[in-house]
Design a protein around this ligand. Structure first.
Ligand code: NAD
Length: 363
C-alpha cells in the first residue's frame, strides 16, 4: 500500500483521497497544513499523524509519495522544496503562473528523477477520453482548426468569495491560468505545441479580481493548425465546448450538455456526389449529409466523479508500477506558458506573442 504524505489538507485533497480510498491502493501516513486544525481533522477522518512543520513531512521515512494541493499561489515554491526529497509527487493545478517557472521545476524534477503528475483532470472525463481515443484510432488527415469556448457567469464565483470567503485565493488569481488551464491542456493535447498567440481582452466590471471579463485569442500551432480560444465571464449561461476540425471528420465536445458528436466526411466519390452528379436535380447538400451523419454520444451522468478516480489510478500506477506520467511538469509548463502568452498579448493590445519549443512566451 502506498503511504502518502499530504502537503495541504483542504477540500480537493479529500476529494482525491476519497476517489479510491476503499481500494486500499494508498493510505495517509503524514499530513501538513498551515492550518493545523485542517490537518488534524483530516488524519482523524482518514489515518496518519500531523506534522508540525514542512521539514518534518519531507523527512518522514514512512512516506512513499507526496500529494500537494494548496493555494495555487504557494504551489511553485512548495514543489521546489519537495522535489529534492526524491519521491513521486502529485500536485494540483496550476503549478505556477508562468511557463518559465514551471519549466524550471520540470528540469529540477528531471535532475532528481522524480515523477510529478499534475492535476489536469478534465483530460480524464469519459467524453474527453472517448474523443481523444477516436482521434488516435481514426486518421483525421490534417488538423485544420481547434476552436474552444469557456463561458460562465463569473459573478457567481465572485459573489461567493466576496460574501463568504474574502481571503480565498480564487479572488487573487486569473481564471485563464487558474481554471481554463484544463481546457488549454486539451487544446495542446490535440493541437500540439503553440507557436504564436494574439489576444484581445475586455474588462467590463470594476472589481478586485485579476481575470479579464472576456478574452478572445487567435492561435497558430507549430504544426500549422489554427485555433481560437474564447473565455468569458459575462455570458449568462455556461458553455464549455471544443471543436476539432480535421480533413476527414469534425469533432464537437459539449461539456455542459454532456455530448460528443462526430461527423465524418463521406468516404467515396459516390457517397459525396451521388451516383449521377451531372443530373441537374442532384441535391448535393442532402447527398453529402446522408453520409456525414453524426455519431452522437450522450454522457448523461456525473462525469466529474470519474475524473478523480481516473487521475488517482494513474498516480497509483506511477508510484506502484513506475508507469510514465501523462501530464507532467513539461506539459504544465506549456499549459501555463500558453495562458501567460494570451494574457500578456491582451495587456499589450493584441501584440503577437511567440512561444519557444518549451512553451515559454518570448517577451
Ligand atoms: N483539478 C481540479 O479539478 C481541482 C478542483 C478543485 C481544486 N483544485 C486545486 O486544488 C487546490 C486546493 O483547492 P481547495 O479547494 O482544496 O482549497 P482549500 O482552501 O479547501 O484547501 C487549501 C488548503 O491548503 C492550505 N494551505 C494553503 N497554503 C499553504 C501552504 N503554503 N502550506 C501548507 N498549507 C497551505 C490551506 O490551509 C487549506 O487547508 C487549488 O490549487 C485548486 O486549484 C483542483
Amino acid at each position: 500500500m502506498i503511504r502518502l504524505g499530504l502537503y495541504g489538507c483542504g477540500r480537493r485533497t479529500q476529494a482525491l483521497l476519497d476517489a479510491l480510498w476503499k481500494d486500499e491502493f494508498y493510505t495517509v501516513t503524514r499530513a501538513f497544513d498551515l492550518n493545523k486544525s485542517s490537518a488534524e481533522a483530516l488524519v482523524k477522518k482518514y489515518s496518519g499523524s500531523v506534522c508540525s512543520t514542512p521539514e518534518e513531512l519531507l523527512a518522514a521515512k514512512d512516506v512513499d509519495a507526496f500529494l500537494i494541493s494548496l493555494s495555487p499561489l504557494a504551489h511553485a515554491e512548495v514543489l521546489k522544496s519537495v522535489i529534492p526529497a526524491g519521491k513521486p509527487i502529485f500536485i494540483e493545478k496550476p503549478v505556477g503562473f508562468t511557463g518559465q517557472e514551471v519549466f524550471e521545476l520540470a528540469l529540477l524534477a528531471e535532475k532528481y528523477s522524480v515523477p510529478v503528475q499534475v492535476g489536469f483532470m478534465r483530460r480524464y472525463l469519459p467524453s474527453t477520453l472517448e474523443a481523444l481515443d477516436y482521434i488516435k484510432q481514426h486518421d483525421g488527415g490534417r488538423l485544420l482548426s481547434v476552436d474552444c469556448n469557456w463561458f460562465h457567469h463569473g459573478a457567481t464565483e465572485m459573489n461567493y468569495c466576496l460574501w463568504q470567503s474574502p481571503d480565498n485565493f480564487r479572488m487573487k488569481v486569473s481564471q485563464i491560468p487558474f481554471h481554463c488551464c484544463h481546457m488549454l491542456d486539451i487544446m495542446l493535447l490535440v493541437g500540439g505545441d503553440v507557436k504564436k498567440v494574439s489576444a484581445l481582452t475586455t474588462k467590463v466590471i470594476d472589481r478586485p479580481y485579476p481575470s479579464p471579463d472576456d478574452l478572445i485569442a487567435n492561435i497558430e500551432f507549430a504544426g500549422g493548425t489554427t485555433g481560437r480560444f474564447h473565455y468569458s465571464s459575462m455570458v449568462h449561461y455556461g458553455e464549455m465546448s471544443y471543436r476539432f476540425h480535421f480533413e476527414n471528420y469534425s469533432l464537437r465536445l459539449e461539456m455542459n450538455s454532456h455530448n460528443l458528436q462526430i461527423n465524418t466526411k463521406p468516404r467515396f466519390h459516390t457517397s459525396e456526389w451521388g451516383p449521377r452528379p451531372e443530373d441537374p436535380s442532384t441535391n448535393f447538400a442532402g447527398q453529402y449529409e446522408k453520409f456525414a451523419q453524426p455519431r452522437s454520444i450522450n454522457y448523461d451522468f456525473d462525469q466529474m466523479s470519474f475524473t478523480s478516480e481516473n487521475i488517482m489510478y494513474d498516480f497509483v500506477k506511477t508510484v506502484r508500477d513506475g508507469a510514465p506520467v501523462a501530464a507532467n511538469l513539461r506539459t504544465a509548463a506549456k499549459v501555463q506558458g500558453f495562458a501567460e502568452a494570451m494574457e500578456l498579448s491582451g495587456k499589450l493590445g493584441g501584440k503577437v506573442i511567440e512561444l519557444d519549443e518549451n512553451g515559454i512566451p518570448l517577451k
